[in-house]
Design a protein around this ligand. Structure first.
Ligand SMILES: [Fe+2]
Length: 283
């Protein structure tokens, strides 16, 4: 039965996901390029909950913390307390799997120890895939081992031909931001081989790059989300992955339905004048 919120969205049976990626909590009041990641996440989550109180899920795309320390996961627990909807976590290259699991024992963990999940969204599915590998070269890149690829096979079978939003920290594609491309998923062919066998639409939801990017790669749609805190500069063809700029923080909104996925990126850390609405009569 469509809910009041479904009818208001004009998309029967759509589910709304809120997406936050690359939160990078420090746990000690510290700053990254002058920005306080805890304050930025608090502001972003507050904005998201105020404007999207009807959201069905909150999905965190990894780099929850800056160093994977216990104090940083405790800070995440505290900051998430205003969110009443289910929260699904992914890990990134800045996280620590053991520390995360200790502080979030309710998070789904596979028998091989990976933090990933299958969520039934009604007419579509969300699958989250753990791309973090502390032993991969180069450092900070991602990789899918055999256990995770086998699990993905099972998850796609479970999805049963519904549209799939596949969330993963490391993008499996070339963005043109050379420094970040070097630390992307290192074995994308193995992933795309599996997706090619799936008959329904798949849309990738990725983090890691700290920049809003969307498109298609090998016929599969993707969206990469900004961080609520620091962003990667617009540096096509430039080596290095450590450069960051102070641009507005953002979060994502995904409307998931039988038709597929509509994806928004919403800036929240902007001047009040930029957020003021003006009625021009037409666009
Ligand atoms: Fe990050």
């Amino acid at each position: 039965m469509p809910s009041q919120h479904d009818r208001e969205r004009g998309s029967p049976l759509a589910q709304k996901l809120l997406i936050f990626s690359d939160i990078h909590l420090l746990g000690d009041g510290g700053r990254i390029i002058g920005l306080d990641p805890a304050a930025r996440f608090r502001e972003g989550l507050s904005h998201a909950l105020a404007h999207h109180a009807d959201a069905d899920h909150l999905v965190l795309l990894g780099d929850l913390t800056h160093h994977g320390r216990s104090v940083q996961y405790r800070e995440l627990q505290e900051l998430l307390s205003p969110a009443s909807m289910p929260v699904t976590h992914l890990l990134g290259n800045h996280d620590n799997r053991a520390n995360f699991i200790r502080h979030f024992p309710q998070a789904p963990v596979t028998s091989a120890g990976h933090v990933q999940a299958m969520l039934d969204l009604g007419d579509s599915c969300l699958i989250t895939l753990d791309t973090t590998d502390p032993d991969v070269e180069p450092k900070h890149a991602g990789r899918l081992c055999r256990a995770r690829l086998d699990w993905l096979d099972q998850a796609l079978t479970w999805a049963g031909g519904k549209p799939v939003a596949l969330a993963m920290h490391h993008p499996p594609l070339v963005t043109g931001l050379t420094g970040m491309d070097r630390i992307a998923l290192q074995n994308p062919d193995a992933l795309y081989d599996r997706l090619a066998a799936y008959t329904a639409p798949v849309h990738l939801l990725c983090g890691h790059v700290h920049r809003t990017i969307s498109g298609t790669a090998r016929g599969v749609g993707f969206t990469i989300f900004k961080s609520p805190c620091h962003q990667h500069p617009m540096s096509l063809g430039v080596e290095g992955s450590s450069q960051s700029v102070d641009e507005p923080g953002a979060y994502g909104i995904v409307l998931a339905s039988a038709a597929g996925f509509v994806v928004y990126s919403e800036d929240f850390a902007i001047a009040a004048s930029a957020a003021t609405r003006h009625d021009l009569g037409s666009k």
